[in-house]
Design a binder for this molecule. Structure first.
Ligand code: NZQ
Ligand code: ZN
Length: 390
């Protein structure tokens, strides 16, 4: 196993009604003027925004608001947010929403501290190691951004979707009330379920020798999602199912399931080329791609995929390759059973040879970098995976 550093500084308050602590917590983290950042209206409709603003007022904390974050959050709104924070001397950013809102908040936070253009951070031509402190009130269990040290942003001129990470953007607090997810459209609940599963898989599939404790946590994450997903989908107001999924989502992406291994992230990187270009929901892009990635790379270490099949699904068999393929098929069948796409065509995207070549070049910066670690993938590998996934 590899040496590792584990850093998860986010204070989490979990349970019904925890959003009412937001004013108190902003005060605890010395906020004097808060940017309250939110999406396209769900938090207005649910009344959550009113609750948040009242809590801030009750704690005598000044605030400005900026709504309008779209899924696959856009650079143009981030630029607007940076200007607003500078003009208003904002010293704390509160994201109220899903992963897109949180990532938009983090990007603004980096942009305020950075002297150059914020997009240069995502293009990897510049670095900033400071972010305005971030707090979150999560309304969608999915991206895990409420405890993660990274954000993903789409340039709405070039359609490039890129990530940037630094520990300084890990939220100082996150308020997780499962009831806030009751109003989610069914499709978003399902996209979140897929995303949470894949976050652990991106870490589980490593060629390094692993720690049992890390593997066991990952296997629990996966089993828990498969167990509670059907209830959360069929009965959206089932508190137990929503709570299990919400906390599993945070644990799946706060690095616990990667300790001692080497993360892969190829499925995510390939998916970001798709969702940047076609604006598809992140979770749907992941389910459309994962099994094709898995079948393509499995030969590198079939025993790891066989262990996955045994430990997560209880499958048995002597031959590692047969077992590996059965495990991949079982997860693919699970995605299909909750009506999530397992091929890109189900996203209404027709992958022609030209499109595949373009996406493969975007994903590998014109074949100058590889992605993934379980198997390092260049442009020709991405072409093969897209062909399997189309
Ligand atoms: O904008 P509003 O009106 O709030 O509507 C949102 C949006 O349309 C809606 N929604 C959220 N909570 C709701 C709700 N509707 C009703 N009731 C509620 N309680 O759901 C839609 C999707 O929201 P979004 O924030 O886009 O979804 P998600 O949380 O899945 O975030 C996806 C983004 O996170 C990135 C993805 O790439 C994508 O851009 N990721 C960020 C990561 C990170 N920072 O660590 C890691 C992930 O792997 C991921 O890449
Ligand atoms: Zn994800």
């Amino acid at each position: 196993m590899k040496n590792f550093e584990y850093y998860a500084p986010t204070k989490v308050k979990f349970g019904a009604g925890v959003e009412k602590y937001v004013g108190e917590l902003c005060r605890e983290y010395n906020a004097t003027k808060v940017l309250v950042h939110y999406g396209s209206g769900s938090v207005i409709k649910s009344g959550l925004l009113d609750t948040v603003l009242k809590s801030l007022k009750d704690s005598d904390i000044a605030y400005v608001t900026l709504g309008g974050v779209k899924p696959n959050p856009k650079l143009s709104l981030v630029r607007e947010g940076i200007e607003l924070c500078k003009a208003e001397a904002v010293d704390f950013i509160l994201a109220v929403g899903g992963g897109s809102t949180i990532d938009s908040a983090k990007s603004i936070g980096f942009g305020v501290k950075h002297t150059g253009d914020v997009w240069d951070l995502f293009r990897r031509v510049d670095v900033v190691t400071e972010c305005v402190p971030i707090g979150t009130i999560l309304t969608l269990a999915a991206a895990g951004s409420e405890m993660s040290g990274s954000c993903v942003l789409t340039n709405d001129i070039t359609d490039n979707k890129l990530s940037y990470g630094h520990e300084s953007c890990r939220p100082v607090f996150s308020l997780l009330n499962p009831e806030l997810t009751y109003t989610l459209p069914e499709y978003q609940t399902k996209c979140g379920i897929v995303d949470i599963i894949i976050h652990s898989l991106e870490r589980y599939f490593t060629t390094e020798p692993t720690m049992d404790i890390t593997d066991n946590i990952a296997v629990s994450v996966l089993k828990n999602m498969i167990k509670y997903a059907p209830t959360a989908i069929s009965n959206p107001t089932d508190y137990k199912a929503r709570a299990e999924i919400m906390w599993t989502g945070s644990l799946s992406h706060n690095d616990l399931t990667g300790c001692g291994g080497v993360d892969d992230w190829a499925t995510h990187d390939i998916e970001h080329t798709l969702s940047g270009e076609y604006d598809v929901a992140h979770g749907a892009g992941l389910s459309a791609l994962w099994s094709s990635w898995a079948r393509y790379v499995m030969h590198v270490k079939p025993s790891r995929f066989a262990t996955f099949a045994r430990d997560v699904f209880g499958l048995t068999g002597e031959d590692d390759i047969d077992l590996a393929l059965s495990g991949i098929l079982t997860l693919e069948t699970f995605f299909d059973s909750i009506n999530m796409p397992i091929r890109v065509s189900q996203l209404n995207i027709t992958l022609t040879d030209d499109i595949i070549n373009r996406l493969a070049n975007i994903g590998t910066l014109d074949d100058t970098v590889t992605i993934g670690s379980f198997m390092k993938l260049g442009a020709s590998d991405l072409v093969n995976i897209f062909n399997l996934a189309k």
